[in-house]
Design a protein around this ligand. Structure first.
Ligand code: GAR
Length: 187
């Protein structure tokens, strides 16, 4: 099984979907560590429920990105982590982590990239009035939600109902991320 770390800053529903796929035997991986920059994020509780260790840090306690990323790398190496899976980790990955895991960091984003990168992609898409949006899984590079695309899936916007659109996107994310990781780890 591929040893992976999931990085998250929020609810962790993608983390949970990945872990459940692993437990169902659909994904040949093991989540060795959850890394979060938000010690109070709900993902920490989800990780505890699965007895997966968490490394929580606060960027403000470090003088630079390089400094906290070196700390993260120590934690990852201790656990033999091979792949980094970003799942709602709302920080740019720096050169330190990119060089330590070249082409071994993937991200999921709730839009059809390159449209609507950054925060609140679903809200951005709806405000723009698009009729079709979607989900993208891609390799991570130094940009914000850039890097080579691995997979995409489309969702029809539910007119006048942002909540319903969000629900569709999140359900699709869980499916697309699991399937994409499966192919990636088999290749
Ligand atoms: C997901 O929708 C993910 O695509 C998005 O954050 C959410 C995290 O949800 N990521 C980005 O916007 C990255 N720019 P989760 O914590 O429930 O998995």
């Amino acid at each position: 099984a591929k040893k992976i770390a999931v990085f998250a800053s929020g609810s962790g529903s993608n983390f949970q979907a990945i872990q459940e796929a692993i437990l169902r035997g659909e994904l040949n991986a093991q989540i060795e560590l959850v890394v979060t920059d938000k010690p109070n994020a709900f993902v920490v509780e989800r990780a505890q429920n699965f007895q997966i260790p968490t490394f929580a840090f606060q960027a403000k306690n470090y003088d630079s990105k390089d400094h906290y990323e070196r700390e993260i790398i120590n934690q990852l190496q201790e656990k033999g982590v091979e792949w980094i899976v970003l799942a709602g980790y709302m920080r740019l990955i720096g050169q330190t982590l990119l060089s330590a895991f070249p082409m071994r960091i993937v991200n999921i984003h709730p839009s059809l990239l390159p449209a609507f990168p950054g925060k609140d992609a679903i809200g951005q898409a709806i405000d723009h009035g698009v009729k079709i949006t979607g989900v993208t899984v891609h390799f991570v590079d130094e940009g914000m939600d850039t890097g080579p695309i691995l997979s995409q899936a489309a969702v029809e916007v539910v007119e006048g109902d942002q909540e319903a659109t969000e629900k569709r996107i999140h359900e699709l994310e869980h499916e697309l991320y699991t399937n994409t990781l499966k192919k990636l780890f088999e290749s």
